[in-house]
Write a protein that binds this ligand. Structure first.
Ligand SMILES: N[C@@H](CCC(=O)N[C@@H](CS)C(=O)NCC(=O)O)C(=O)O
Length: 210
């Protein structure tokens, strides 16, 4: 099994954490999906990573769907709670995390435009989603050690990936200062090798994107 990933990608990080937690061996293929020479479009018509390349030649793409795929094909250890309420709570956090990251990506590329071409209303709209999404994650997690129930799982993977992404792309937000309990929660997650070994960092995009 191979995973096409990018070093800053919170979506790919979710998959890397899940693979590590489940002890599934895989080869990490690091690409820059925004560059013209990326192989991603050969494997995913939506042209986004992460993409899981299976040994039989088939592909699985979209981070939440990949996590669902892994949960069904490799159920042990589970990364979803056993009860419906727990599953729904974890998936809600995944929805929030993806929404935050999608908005951060939009702001990131808007900021790459020449200043005169940037849309401030558009950026404000996206930033509201980021601030609102993080506030909601902070409210849902409160001062617990794990996002849902008493063990590490999808909710934590999603929250850690989104919060870690903010540190790379939107450091000035300072979410740790605003949400001390969430900051302590993140420090706790960083004790796990799967989270610690996948800390995101930027890549140099060479192609024109916007
Ligand atoms: N909803 C997708 C988002 C994936 C995504 O936006 N990936 C970025 C890298 S972080 C990408 O490959 N973007 C290339 C593009 O949109 O053309 C997921 O959860 O996998």
């Amino acid at each position: 099994m191979k995973l096409i990933s990018a070093t800053p990608s919170p979506y790919a990080r979710k998959v890397r954490i899940a693979l590590a937690e489940k002890g599934i061996p895989f080869e990490l293929l690091t690409e820059i999906p925004w560059n013209e020479n990326t192989t991603v479009p050969q494997h995913n018509p939506l042209e986004k990573l992460p993409v899981l390349l299976l040994d039989d030649g088939s592909t699985v793409y979209e981070s939440s769907y990949i996590l669902e795929f892994l949960e069904r094909r490799y159920p042990d250890p589970p990364l979803l709670p056993a009860d419906d309420d727990g599953i729904l709570a974890a998936k809600r956090l995944d929805v929030l995390a993806n929404g935050i990251c999608d908005a951060v990506v939009l702001v990131f590329f808007e900021r790459l435009r020449p200043e005169a071409h940037r849309s401030l209303p558009w950026m404000d709209r996206q930033l509201r989603k980021v601030f609102g999404g993080v506030a909601e994650i902070a409210r849902l997690i409160g001062d617990r050690r794990y996002a849902v129930g008493d063990r590490f799982g999808l909710g934590d993977i999603a929250a850690a990936s989104a919060l870690g992404y903010l540190e790379v792309r939107f450091k000035e937000f300072g979410w740790r200062r605003q949400y001390p309990a969430l900051s302590r929660y993140m420090d706790g997650l960083m004790q796990r090798p799967s989270v610690r070994d996948t800390v995101p960092y930027p890549q140099a995009i060479s192609s024109a994107v916007v």
